[in-house]
Design a protein around this ligand. Structure first.
Ligand code: CMX
Length: 134
């Protein structure tokens, strides 16, 4: 069902303040900043081999990322796996009793379609499934 790790999401208070460490000190290839309105975040993507690091800055106080930072401080927020068929993956997980945050695909960064699994069903790790294209 899963083909690879697409990205690891890291919650940050400010992209401008946190980006230089990843881009300049760690030397990751910076692939640009994008706002994902539906998720209330601004996202900076950095490429590492075939995977990415996604820095997430909340754009409003009711963003899930704002809530996360308030509770835990900045840090690893979620893990995202790539799938070939998102609807099929959601259906299979639901039929097996997995608690999905998204029972239908939503829009993610860079033209992906995404669905989150609730951390209560994935051992405390917020887990995203993503598929390229629409
Ligand atoms: N990782 C692990 N656990 C998390 C978590 C995270 N990122 N965020 C919340 N939780 C846990 C909390 O610790 C809490 O656990 P306890 O009940 O044991 O205390 C529980 O989930 C409920 O958390 P909450 O603070 O009350 O927050 P909500 O229930 O309002 O929301 C969640 C939690 C995961 C459902 C919500 O954040 C969500 O829908 N996330 C998916 C969307 C998202 O995160 N978007 C941003 C990224 C977008 C992108 O990458 O494009």
């Amino acid at each position: 069902m899963l083909t690879k790790i697409n990205h690891i999401g890291i919650a940050v208070k400010s992209l401008e303040d946190s980006l230089p460490f990843y881009r300049d000190n760690l030397g990751m290839a910076f692939a640009g900043i994008e706002e994902v309105i539906e998720q209330k975040v601004r996202v900076a993507m950095l490429q590492v081999g075939e995977s990415k690091i996604e820095l997430l800055e909340p754009t409003s106080e009711d963003s899930p990322v704002a809530k996360f930072i308030e509770k835990n401080g900045p840090g690893i927020h979620h893990l995202a796996y790539e799938v070939e068929d998102l609807e099929a993956a959601i259906d299979r997980l639901l039929s097996e009793g997995t608690r999905m945050i998204d029972e239908k695909p939503r829009s993610g960064a860079h033209g992906t379609r995404i669905a989150f699994i609730h951390p209560k069903s994935s051992n405390g790790v917020l887990t995203e499934l993503c598929q390229h294209g629409h």
